[in-house]
Design a protein around this ligand. Structure first.
Ligand SMILES: [Zn+2]
Length: 100
């Protein structure tokens, strides 16, 4: 049985990641890149495991993307949908800010 090093509970019962997600503050902004391409940058204030989240977001939004430090960069303009997708992944809607 795997034990979570943070809370000491078995992995199945651990809510550390759920809590971390709910407390996460997210800022979404759009940036213009080479050749006028738009990318949507999702900035996270805590260092949670963004690899899994990036994978889910890319699947949900059907786009490419990369993880850089505490940011996920998604190709294309996803500002209209990103909040709803992040909420589906367990993030708190009140903590998500979209910078237009
Ligand atoms: Zn835990």
């Amino acid at each position: 049985m795997e034990i979570c090093p943070k809370c000491g509970l078995p992995k199945e019962a651990c809510i550390c990641e759920t809590l971390a997600k709910e407390q996460e503050k997210i800022v979404v902004r759009k940036e213009k890149r080479k050749f006028g391409k738009i990318v949507t940058v999702v900035n996270f204030n805590n260092k949670i495991n963004l690899k899994e989240i990036a994978k889910e977001l890319k699947k949900k939004l059907a786009c490419g993307g990369t993880v850089k430090d505490n940011e996920i960069e998604l190709q294309g303009d996803h500002a209209a949908k990103i909040k709803e997708k992040l909420v589906e992944l367990g993030f708190n809607a009140e903590n998500i800010e979209i910078v237009e």
